[in-house]
Design a protein around this ligand. Structure first.
Ligand code: MG
Length: 383
């Protein structure tokens, strides 16, 4: 009997890869996806991309790479408990942020503004672009040629307009179907990871305090519990003891509420999962409220903090100025990107060139973007 639940993604029923390939000898198809993601160039760049704090601000803050690893391990725990396909969950999570620009959301917003007349920029679509087109690893195809299920999981959301352009992975947005459970899970694993590590990084940076966090019920409750158990505890150890309890609370609730919903819905196959009106993976109502309170706190007190805003505004300027410089004068880009730009411009006009510039900028790490900006605008810096 299969260890996998009937509603999990079974690889014998996979919709396959865009380019047919022989089966791997010692791995499952989804393990092969995972290995390709880990070997990709975009994956290695995550180490120098920002989550909230710019990479060079401190060595202890999360980067997109450590964030990604936290997301993947949370998803694996939940997948295993629900008897979902653990390798697929892991692959989706490892790839979920590959399309992120430098400087986190500030970078993505700036690039989206630059691309307003040329189809926009969205990190989620860009992650798919990275694995479908931009990675150059294989002789026979562009991209990583991942399985349909992994690609579907990477594309978490998508406008109707874009869905029409995307073919197979866009279909579910047009037909209003749900993605597989492994893909649904990755959203929650992402949230659990970033809410908690942003609290940790925010405290470490001195931007939020334990006192302020007492307005967050989830935090206050576990703060009191840890203090009662360990009256002398303080500093980092106190923060970790609280956060590990919050993560445990959220993960446990996610497992139990999702299991209950799966039972209630009585789904017996991935097709039945797809046909549901909404996600089957999710928190209970009470925990969803508590989690929302934590998210709102972070939005107001951390992401809008003037120090984070200053960094954000610098980041936007860097991205905007890089884009304008390359788009007006593609000859400023390194050869490889300049050639791609002129090839695309010949085929699609200005939007082709804009897309090539956007791909180049999106692929930059924080420190590469800063250096490239200096090389272009600082007369003293060597070009
Ligand atoms: Mg993420």
């Amino acid at each position: 009997m299969s260890r996998l639940a009937p509603y999990a993604a079974h690889e014998e029923q996979s919709r396959g890869r865009r380019h047919a390939e022989p089966k791997p000898a010692y791995r499952s198809e989804y393990q092969r996806d995972r290995d390709r993601i880990v070997h990709s160039t975009a994956f290695r760049r995550l180490v120098y991309k920002t989550q909230v704090f710019v990479n060079h601000e401190g060595d202890l803050y999360r980067t997109r790479l450590t964030h990604t690893l936290e997301v993947a391990q949370i998803a694996r725990t939940v997948a295993r408990q629900l008897r979902l396909n653990e390798a697929l969950s892991e692959s989706v999570c490892l790839a979920h942020d590959l399309g992120h620009t430098p400087f986190g959301h500030a970078g993505q917003d700036a690039l989206n503004e630059c691309m307003a007349d040329f189809g926009g920029f969205e990190h989620n679509l860009q992650s798919l672009r990275v694995v479908d087109e931009l990675e150059e690893h294989y002789a026979d195809f562009d991209g990583l040629n991942l399985s349909f299920e992994c690609r579907e999981g990477i594309l978490k959301h998508c406008s109707h307009k874009n869905a029409l352009l995307l073919g197979d992975v866009g279909e579910r947005f047009i037909n209003r179907e749900q993605p597989g459970l492994e893909a649904q899970l990755s959203n929650f694993a992402d949230e659990i990871a970033y809410n908690n590590h942003d609290v940790d990084d925010g405290i470490r940076a001195g931007l939020i305090t334990l006192e302020e966090l007492s307005s967050v019920r989830l935090f206050a409750g576990y703060h009191a519990e840890v203090r009662a158990l360990h009256p002398q505890i303080a500093g980092r150890r106190l923060v970790y003891e609280i956060l590990r309890r919050i993560i445990n609370h959220l993960v446990t609730d996610l497992v139990e509420s999702s299991a209950a919903r799966l039972r209630e819905a009585g789904v017996a196959s991935i097709q039945e999962v797809r046909a549901q009106r909404g996600f089957l993976i999710g928190f209970s109502e009470g925990t969803a409220d508590l989690n929302q309170e934590l998210k709102s706190f972070l939005r107001e007190r951390l992401y809008k903090h003037h120090k984070v805003q200053r960094m954000t505004s610098k980041a936007r300027r860097v991205v905007r100025e890089l884009f304008d410089a390359f788009f007006t004068n593609p000859g400023l880009m390194p050869d490889e990107h300049r050639v791609t730009g002129s090839r695309r411009e010949a085929a699609q006009g200005p939007s082709g060139l804009a897309r090539a510039v956007s791909d180049y900028i999106a692929g930059m790490t924080d420190r590469y973007a800063i250096l490239e900006h200096r090389r272009l605008f600082d007369p003293v810096e060597r070009t």
